[in-house]
Ligand binder design. Structure first.
Ligand SMILES: Nc1ncnc2c1ncn2[C@@H]1O[C@H](COP(=O)(O)OP(=O)(O)O)[C@@H](O)[C@H]1O
Ligand SMILES: [Mg+2]
Length: 369
């Protein structure tokens, strides 16, 4: 038996960021050393089926799954046992020592799959259930920031039910409290899906209805005329922050097309900032990460008000775009940590986190006093 670790890289998934995840996974796989790890590729199809085999990323991109095998990880503490599902039977395939989830958005970045890893008692890269869920929920995230005196933009929260039953009341409440332009967002989403910038009552109505398609809860935020800055955070107990980068969106704001389609948005690394602002951003990024009990990695995004210099935390991404040319990795590269070093540190942090979990007692043993 070799003493190589079995590492499962999981990608694809049911979210709108399926394709982005495949690109991120391709980068991660390219730097995992086969001399050090047995690499198991697991692709999750858009309908949620887990598949393994050879060259799974290619297969997922080509949507040709015939040569792949359906696999399952059970919600029982079986030491990371992975099964192939064959003729409705579970056939043991391999024991996984570590999972590297390279999934963005719903079910991958929101704590759902992290919950399965916890139940399966397997080590995994990145944030746990709580940090993932809070990081994904734009409304609770802001509440946590406010509780920690970390500045965020003013916002109001509404439910789909109220949008559908009393939209006029909601629009009156918004217009009373927040000046135009406002940003309307589904609370749990990403990649700018369902987000509209509104400057009139009629676009406010459309924006509320649209956002409510993508989530049960909708956030309305004051629009800030702002520079968009991003910082990468890495670590567990004592996380470090990279230098800051700036995004210059190709559109009026950083829309889906500006992020992935038109190739015209710019990433400026390092961002042109005075020392004081730069230090403040890095400090705040670490505080935000700690406030949600982050682990492993996250990218913290900021809005820097062009008019008065106010700095706001905009959001946290617990599994940020992770190709070797994504902002998260480029910020580390510019801070002296190469992409392959980054991947290997994340694996070390995942191991460390697993040991901490193993050392935690779950049952109160009276005999130990
Ligand atoms: N309050 C705001 N003021 C100004 N621009 C905003 C505001 N909220 C969002 N934006 C713009 O919308 C983009 C997407 O919003 P964000 O909250 O980051 O959602 P996502 O999770 O989809 O990336 C931001 O990158 C920014 O360009
Ligand atoms: Mg964003």
């Amino acid at each position: 038996m070799s003493d190589k670790k079995n590492i499962a890289v999981i990608f694809g998934g049911r979210s709108g960021e399926h394709e982005v995840s495949l690109m991120s996974a391709r980068s991660v796989l390219s730097v995992l050393d086969p001399a050090k790890y047995n690499i198991i590729e697991i692709g999750i199809t858009q309908s949620g089926i887990w598949l393994t085999g050879e060259h799974v990323v290619d297969a997922m991109e080509a949507k040709s799954f015939d040569h792949l095998l359906p696999v399952a990880l059970l919600p029982a503490p079986l030491g990371g046992q992975l099964y192939v599902i064959k003729d409705l039977q579970l056939v043991p395939l391999a024991k996984i020592d570590m999972v590297f989830p390279v999934l963005h958005g719903t079910f991958g970045e929101d704590g759902a799959i992290q919950g399965l890893f916890e139940l399966a008692d397997v080590a995994y890269v990145g944030c746990g259930v709580l940090a993932s869920a809070v990081g994904m929920d734009k409304s609770l995230f802001k509440d946590v920031m406010r509780a920690h005196q970390i500045p965020v933009v003013d916002s109001m929260l509404f439910t789909r039910y109220h949008i559908h039953t009393g939209i006029n009341e909601i629009m009156n409440a918004v217009e009373k409290s927040i000046p135009y332009p406002v940003f309307i967002k589904p609370v749990n989403m990403g990649s700018s899906v369902g987000i509209t910038k509104c400057s009139t009552r009629s676009s406010l109505m459309e924006g509320l209805m649209d956002a409510a398609r993508f989530d049960r809860r909708v956030l309305v935020e004051r629009g800030v005329n702002a520079r968009e800055l991003e910082v990468s955070v890495l670590g567990n107990e004592d996380p470090i922050a990279s230098i800051a980068g700036e995004v210059i969106p190709s559109a009026e704001f950083y829309t889906y097309d500006a992020k992935y389609r038109d190739n015209a948005s710019k990433l400026i690394i390092p961002a042109d900032l005075d020392d004081e602002t730069s230090a403040k951003i890095r400090r705040t990024a670490i505080n935000a990460f700690k406030a949600i009990d982050g682990a492993g990695m996250a990218r913290v995004d900021f809005l820097l008000d062009r008019e008065n210099g106010e700095l706001y935390v905009s959001e946290i991404n617990t599994i940020p775009g992770f190709t070797s040319i994504s902002m998260y990795s480029k910020l580390w590269e510019a801070s002296g940590i190469s992409y392959s070093e980054l991947v290997s540190r994340l694996i070390d942090f995942a191991e460390e986190r697993k040991l901490t979990r193993d050392a935690t007692e779950h049952v109160f043993d009276r005999s130990k006093g």
